[in-house]
Design a protein around this ligand. Structure first.
Ligand SMILES: *Cc1c(COP(=O)(O)O)cnc(C)c1O
Length: 232
């Protein structure tokens, strides 16, 4: 199947999942997680109507950007971001979804202020409390959101999560539900410098569950582009 055919099927599944949950399909965004796919394939996804693209690695982002891979759509950074590469990303992407530690938040804020801009970000939450994974705990996320006024170089637009690898369908619903509660909690508080518009959760294997639990953006790689081939 072509990328465009995959996307058409995914849209239909997103729409069905939204309706089944009593939600409006128009409020769901599809982010193409385009790691290991070249600029031409990313362009195909853009032409087929994904809402945005997400890159994991700074090097891939900087390769594909000048080739016009994302032209016409916003591009997001969704991978682990090393502090010493922040200056290569801030101002070049529409949203950094993966702000996963205070040191990174401070570096993004500082860099954005130096450049005279405001960088939209999401906070990444380690919702499964997995020791090997980055991200804030829910308590840390709440606390940070309350202090976003201290970081005028950024604008907090929501939360992102990658739940634990699941054994079977439905296993991650409890994590998605926790994320939604946290997201709503923060939105209700109306903190300074916070505008909660994006709850980014759900990947190829579990996006329908994420939509059922309140996701506003799913990030799909395999379902759009097919399996990734590592090591070639
Ligand atoms: C690769 C990746 C995805 C997409 O994963 P698939 O399972 O291929 O859909 C989503 N989010 C992030 C952060 C990723 O790195």
């Amino acid at each position: 199947m072509s990328i465009a055919e995959n996307i058409a099927q995914i849209r239909a599944r997103m729409c069905a999942a939204a309706l089944a949950a009593g939600r409006r399909p128009e409020e769901l965004l599809l982010c193409a997680a385009s790691k290991m796919n070249d600029a031409e394939r990313v362009k195909e996804a853009v032409a087929a109507g994904v809402d945005c693209c997400g890159e994991n690695r700074v090097q891939e982002l900087l390769q594909k950007l000048p080739l016009g891979a994302y032209t016409g759509r916003p591009v997001h950074f969704i991978g682990h971001l090393q502090t010493n590469k922040v200056n290569k990303v801030v101002g070049k992407v529409d949203l950094i979804q993966s702000v996963d530690r205070t040191e990174l938040l401070e570096a993004v804020d500082r860099t954005a202020r130096r450049l005279g801009l405001r960088q939209a970000i999401l906070l990444e939450v380690n919702i499964g409390a997995e020791p090997q994974k980055g991200g804030f705990s829910p308590a840390e996320t709440l606390e940070l959101a309350a202090h976003m006024g201290d970081y005028p170089g950024v604008l907090l637009q929501g939360l992102m999560a990658i739940p634990p690898i699941s054994e079977k369908r439905g296993d991650n619903c409890k994590y998605f539900a926790k994320m939604r509660n946290l997201y709503i909690d923060i939105a209700d508080k109306k903190y300074d410098n916070v505008s909660m518009v994006c709850l980014s959760m759900g990947m190829s294997d579990d996006f329908e569950d994420a939509i059922a639990e309140g996701s506003t953006m799913v990030r799909l790689g395999t379902a759009i582009f097919g399996a990734r081939h590592y090591g070639i």
